[in-house]
Design a protein around this ligand. Structure first.
Ligand code: OOG
Ligand code: MG
Length: 253
C-alpha cells in the first residue's frame, strides 16, 4: 500500500526546506502520483497559499528529450509560486532551479472536459509571455514519470509578462530567453504541441479527469517551448516573445 500522506509530506518538506530527496523507492501508479500531488498541495493550501491555476508539462519535444519523459503531465500553481515581473528570487529557496520559456493563458470563463480549440479559445481572457522556474525536489533532477507527477511536476515559481488580447495569433511566435542579455534558448510557440492552444485543450481534459475545472482568474502555463536552463546567481533572466512582449526576473544568491 502506498502511503500517500507520507509521500506528500516528504515532497512538501523537500520543497519547503529546499533539500533534495531521493527518487521514490517503491513504484507507484500514475493515479497514486496525482493523489500525492493533490495531498502535497493541500498542505500548502492549509498553510494559507491559494490555488491560482495549473501548469502543463512535456508539451514540447525539447522538454521530453531533455528529461527523458514523453507523456504529458500537469501540476498545480499556488499564490506562493507567483513572482512579480521584474522581481527577484533567491537561490537559497530552491534545490537546483531551472527556467524555461512558456505562454500563459488567463481564463475568463469556466472550462473543463473535452473541448475543441475554438471552445478553449472562447474561455481565454488574455495571453502573456511567461517564465517558469522548475525545481525538482529529487536528487540530481532525475525522476520517472510518476516521481515527477508526485512532485507537482517540478512546479516552483513563475513570472507572467503583460497580458495581450486572446485574439493574438499564438501559432508561431519567435522567442529568446536570455541571461544578462546572452541568449540561452531560441524557439517558437509552435514547439508547444504545434500550437499553445492545444495545451489548453489538454488542460481542460486533465482537470476534468481530476474532478476539477479551470475557473475565471486561473492561469494556465502551456509548457516549456525549449529545454530549461539552470539558474545562476546574479543573472537577470529575460524572455522576449514576438507580439507578446517581455518578462523577467533577477536571481540573487
Ligand atoms: C518537469 C516539468 C515539465 C514543462 O514545461 O515541460 C515542465 C521537469 O522538467 O522537471 O514544466
Ligand atoms: Mg514548464
Amino acid at each position: 500500500m502506498t502511503d500517500i500522506a507520507a509521500l506528500a509530506e516528504r515532497l512538501d518538506n523537500a520543497a519547503r526546506h529546499a533539500t533534495a530527496t531521493p527518487q521514490l523507492e517503491q513504484p507507484i501508479t500514475l493515479d497514486e502520483a496525482y493523489a500525492v500531488q493533490r495531498a502535497s498541495i493541500a498542505r500548502r493550501l492549509a498553510r494559507g497559499e491559494t490555488r491560482v491555476g495549473i501548469k502543463m508539462g512535456f508539451t514540447s519535444r525539447a522538454k521530453m528529450v531533455q528529461m527523458g519523459v514523453s507523456d504529458l503531465i500537469w501540476g498545480r500553481l499556488t499564490s506562493a509560486m507567483l513572482i512579480e515581473d521584474g522581481g527577484s528570487i533567491s537561490l537559497k529557496d530552491y534545490v537546483h532551479p531551472r527556467v524555461e520559456p512558456e505562454v500563459a493563458f488567463l481564463i475568463g470563463r469556466p472550462l473543463s472536459g473535452r473541448v475543441t480549440a475554438m471552445q478553449a479559445l472562447a474561455a481565454v481572457e488574455a495571453v502573456a509571455p511567461a517564465l517558469e522556474i522548475i525545481d525538482s525536489r529529487y536528487q540530481n533532477f532525475r525522476f520517472s514519470l510518476t516521481d515527477v507527477v508526485a512532485d507537482n511536476s517540478s512546479s516552483s515559481g513563475f513570472v507572467v509578462g503583460p497580458w495581450s488580447s486572446p485574439a493574438t495569433d499564438l501559432s508561431n511566435l519567435g522567442l529568446v530567453m536570455a541571461f544578462d542579455g546572452r541568449p540561452q534558448a531560441f524557439g517558437s510557440s509552435a514547439a508547444i504541441l504545434g500550437h499553445p492552444l492545444r495545451s489548453l485543450v489538454a488542460a481542460a481534459r486533465v482537470v476534468a479527469e481530476a474532478g476539477e475545472s479551470l475557473s475565471p482568474g486561473d492561469i494556465v502555463l502551456a509548457g516549456g517551448a525549449t529545454a530549461a536552463s539552470a539558474l545562476a546567481a546574479g543573472v537577470f533572466v529575460a524572455l522576449a516573445m514576438q507580439s507578446l512582449g517581455r518578462c523577467g526576473f533577477h536571481v540573487r544568491d
